[in-house]
Design a binder for this molecule. Structure first.
Ligand SMILES: [Ca+2]
Length: 457
């Protein structure tokens, strides 16, 4: 998505960097028990058992190990629990929240090389080892790993050797069915009960092919069709419609089209809004809009240039309409930047309001303070012959025995104030300000014998 800001006669547009295609490093699972391996195979594994999604298995040290389990809620499969071991930390994700090493985490959280953040749509976990995990808090998760792990992974995401089918669904020349492939990566406790996959018995699924092809080659996804072939997603869509218990079959294909749209973004594409009011509609709070391809680093009142610096590819979620930013100060939804409030000393000021300090007056404009300098008298003092307070309020004691510059203009000879601080008692710690001289433009205009008082301002 391109964002433009326009002045009277010209516009300045931001083109968020589109990262190059990296589908080959992405493993995902979504909706009706669908999985896509790093190497691009798409298969279905309808089970609620615990599975190894991916681990770093061909090395002495296991950098990561991710397990997941589906549950069925309201007759729909969803991701119930994901457990990740990332370089020594244990992260558990459920719909109740995220825990790290057994403690519930407040997001965003950054520790031990792991950053966990949350947007309107996704919980995102980034590990400096080269792993990015995103979960849509519902049915879909997506994992992207660095090329350095090529041919070093095990689990339902496959071996990441960049060769489809081998050695996932053909091993040593023998064809392997998805449920047998899945069984290799099942990790379930001895006492647990979970449903096992059974091959689909429905034979009339092909009747849905035309509808699925239509959904996936919708005009809004036209730019994606060249980047991500629809064939495998058509097959997943057919399974979705075939298994659908809803009165309206089309409501069962939303997750697969969402996944196609995400894969398109990972391939460097920009899916347009394919959802309609009566088809896979998603609601957003306040006046945010659901957009298929929005800049993930959204501009806000307190940080209005984030999107221009964003290097991540677009994601789906709730975003502010063009020309507005998210009001993260008074939480009023999306507003034009010019209407943004500002904060100072934990107080909120509306656009146009101002505050003044001794030396400046600041006015809230577009979420930022615009300040002008005011004439402000500075004051320093020497008291009791040795107690000095600087212009900035620093107090110290100084026992001198000479003439000192008390203050002068650094860059010009506009003025110099000299003070003669001398011993005036029996001990070294008794000093008096004997005289003060004010020199303006190089000439002594006043020389004062300071007795009494022994105080000068
Ligand atoms: Ca492979």
């Amino acid at each position: 998505m391109t964002k433009c800001r326009c002045a009277k006669y010209h516009c300045f547009c931001f083109f968020p960097a589109v990262s190059p295609a990296h589908n080959g490093r992405v493993c995902s699972t979504w909706g009706n028990y669908h999985f896509k391996t790093f190497d691009g195979d798409i298969f279905q594994l309808p089970t609620t058992c615990n599975y190894l999604l991916v681990s770093h298995c061909k090395s002495n040290y296991e950098d990561f190990n991710i397990q997941l389990r589906r549950t069925v809620e309201n007759n729909q499969p969803t991701l119930g629990k994901v457990t990740m071991k990332l370089d020594g930390s244990v992260i558990e994700l459920t719909k109740d929240g995220v825990s790290v090493n057994g403690e519930m985490a407040n997001l965003p959280l950054s520790q031990a090389g792991i950053l966990i953040s949350e947007s309107s749509t996704y919980i995102k976990i980034t590990s400096k080892m080269g792993l990015v995990f995103q979960w849509n808090k519902d049915d879909a998760l997506l994992l992207e790993i660095d090329e350095k792990y090529v041919n070093q992974t095990c689990g339902l995401c496959g071996d990441f050797n960049h060769i489809q089918i081998y050695d996932e669904f053909i091993m040593n020349g023998v064809k392997i069915e998805p449920q047998d492939f899945g069984r290799n990566w099942k990790i379930s406790g001895p006492t647990e009960t979970c449903t096992e996959p059974t091959p689909s018995s429905n034979n009339n699924c092909e009747t849905y092919r035309a509808a699925c092809e239509d959904y996936l080659s919708d005009n809004a996804l036209a730019s994606c069709n060249d980047l991500v072939p629809i064939n495998d997603f058509v097959d997943a869509c057919i399974q979705d419609m075939c298994d659908c218990d809803e009165s309206d079959d089309s409501s069962c294909v939303c997750n697969t089209i969402s996944e196609y749209s995400r894969q398109c973004a990972h391939a460097g594409g920009q899916p347009m809004n394919w959802r309609r009011n009566d088809f896979c509609n998603k609601k957003c709070p306040l006046n945010l809009e659901y957009i298929e391809c929005g800049v993930p680093c959204a501009d806000t009142c307190s940080n209005s240039d984030q999107s221009a610096l964003c290097e991540d590819h677009c994601i789906d979620g709730c975003f502010c309409p063009n020309g507005t930013v998210l009001d993260d100060i008074t939480q009023s939804g999306c507003i034009p930047l010019q209407q943004c409030s500002c904060t100072y000393n934990n107080k909120t000021f509306a656009a146009g309001e101002s505050y003044s300090t001794n030396c400046q007056k600041c006015t809230c404009s577009g979420g930022q303070w615009t300040c002008i300098d005011l004439d402000c008298p500075g004051r320093c003092s020497v008291e009791g012959g040795s107690h000095i307070t600087s212009y900035d309020g620093l107090q110290f004691t100084f026992h001198g025995d000479c003439t000192y510059i008390l203050s002068q203009n650094i860059n010009s000879d506009d003025f110099v104030v000299l003070g003669e601080i001398l011993k005036c008692g029996l001990s070294d710690s008794e000093t008096c300000l004997k005289s003060v001289s004010l020199i303006i433009k190089g000439g002594i205009v006043n020389s004062v014998l300071a007795k009494p008082p022994e105080t000068w301002y």
